[in-house]
Design a binder for this molecule. Structure first.
Ligand code: ZN
Ligand code: ZN
Length: 420
């Protein structure tokens, strides 16, 4: 995989759009951390805010601090007892460490640290670098900062890091749960790409075939490496980190997360949001994504078994009652978003009927249930764990109401519009 070639602006795409990504450097491999001291990486910066948590400081932060020496103006180590949450408080702590002379933020960590650094640096108009400590999710190269503000998961459109460092020696030593999560986030792309295709048939949403193929091929390569990533082979961990960055670039190219997040992500967000609201457990992001891909595949196959589409009656009162039961204190925002969108009132049956054969063709293109289960079991993600974590009521709520968290058309909208 040649990431460098993806960092240029692509002006000749057949979709007619110009695709660009503002990342200047991606360095993945053995001893990648050492490259931080290169003249073209940190040479021009003398006042750096270094952000870690107590685990990532031990994993790589300490080494980064030693390499950067006097250039580190301030070192912030979040005490990560329990989970560090990307919320108002964490943002405030980071902002309080900035001076008007700070030139660069360097984050050492994975999902949450990356989101906080992305959000804070964007807000302050500063560049940021990320030194990855785990190949756990695809947000390293994306513009989206997934924050948890007022208890709601909100993805802000911010900016990409100027530099991503993925040192394979550090990444291979990440907790296995995080490696599985990264793998899950990548294989989940089979599902979201299919949602994109479905939306193109149903809503005429444009698909960029170049970005589609870039993401699809990346997921396809990953799907054959489940066993290798569990063994933490150098080659597979390097592939995984590259894959996570490439998918991030695909999102940057697109200007949104369409190539990388669909129904499987909406389910995973639902498990996370509801888990936080009710103080119930949930899996790491990508693990939830991988399991959710299986769950959504079950839904796709139920739709495929229908001889023809029949509309389910929508009852606004029942809907709101369910939303309030499920989302509790966050329900107002969910209702507001959907009222604004108005999709709950739309009758798409004429489109579904007219395009039924085309819809079925698209839905049959994803990996089957048994293929999906194999991808999961290769990476030690047994389905039993998933069904033990979430009971049937929670899963049914996810199938029916996870889509309301977002403003993106996926197979979840088709599923809940039909009598199944
Ligand atoms: Zn394109
Ligand atoms: Zn993801």
């Amino acid at each position: 995989m040649d990431i460098k070639s993806l960092l240029c602006t692509k002006t000749d795409c057949e979709c007619g759009n110009i695709h660009s990504c503002d990342i200047e450097n991606v360095i993945i491999g053995k001893n990648a951390i050492k490259r931080l001291t290169d003249e073209d990486i940190c040479g021009k910066y003398d006042r750096i805010l270094l952000i870690c948590d107590s685990n990532t400081y031990k994993a790589a932060g300490e080494r980064v601090q030693a390499l950067l020496g006097d250039k580190v103006e301030s070192l912030l180590i979040y005490e990560s007892e329990g989970f560090l949450v990307p919320n108002e408080e964490s943002v405030e702590i980071a902002e309080s460490r900035l001076t008007d002379k700070t030139q660069l933020i360097v984050g050492v960590g994975s999902g949450v640290i990356n989101d906080i650094c992305k959000y804070v640096s964007f807000g302050k108009g500063l560049p940021y670098y990320i030194v990855a400590t785990a190949p756990s999710m695809d947000g390293y190269a994306s513009k989206g900062a997934a924050m948890l503000m007022s208890g709601m998961k909100i993805t802000y459109n911010t900016h990409v890091p100027k530099c991503i460092i993925g040192d394979t020696d550090v990444l291979r030593n990440a907790p296995l749960e995080m490696i599985k999560s990264g793998y899950g986030d990548i294989i989940g792309k089979f599902s979201c790409l299919n949602d994109w295709r479905l939306s193109s048939v149903v809503n005429g949403e444009p698909v960029c075939e170049y970005i589609y193929k870039l993401t699809y091929d990346t997921a396809l390569g990953m799907s054959k490496m489940g066993k290798a990533v569990i063994s933490r082979t150098e080659e597979s961990i390097e592939y995984l980190m590259n894959a996570l960055v490439i998918v991030g670039i695909a999102m940057a190219y697109m200007g949104n997360s369409r190539p990388a997040s669909g129904s499987e992500h909406h389910l995973s967000h639902y498990f996370e949001v509801v888990g936080l609201l009710r103080n119930e457990p949930y899996f790491c992001h990508g693990t939830d994504v991988a399991y959710s891909m299986y769950e959504v595949q079950r839904m796709r196959e139920k739709i495929l078994a229908l001889p023809s589409p029949k509309a389910k009656k929508f009852d606004r009162e029942v809907w709101e009652k369910d939303i309030r039961r499920i989302y509790g204190t966050s329900a107002d925002e969910v209702v507001k978003l959907q009222e604004k969108l108005g999709w709950i009132y739309e009758d798409k049956l004429p489109v579904y009927t007219e395009k039924w054969e085309e819809i079925k063709k698209v839905l049959s293109e994803t990996p089957s249930l048994s293929e999906t289960e194999k991808m999961l079991s290769d990476a030690l993600l047994p389905l039993d764990d998933f069904y033990k974590m979430y009971n049937s009521e929670k899963l049914a709520d996810a199938q029916n109401y996870a889509k309301e968290l977002k403003d993106r058309y996926t197979v979840l909208w088709l599923y809940s519009a039909l009598e199944i």
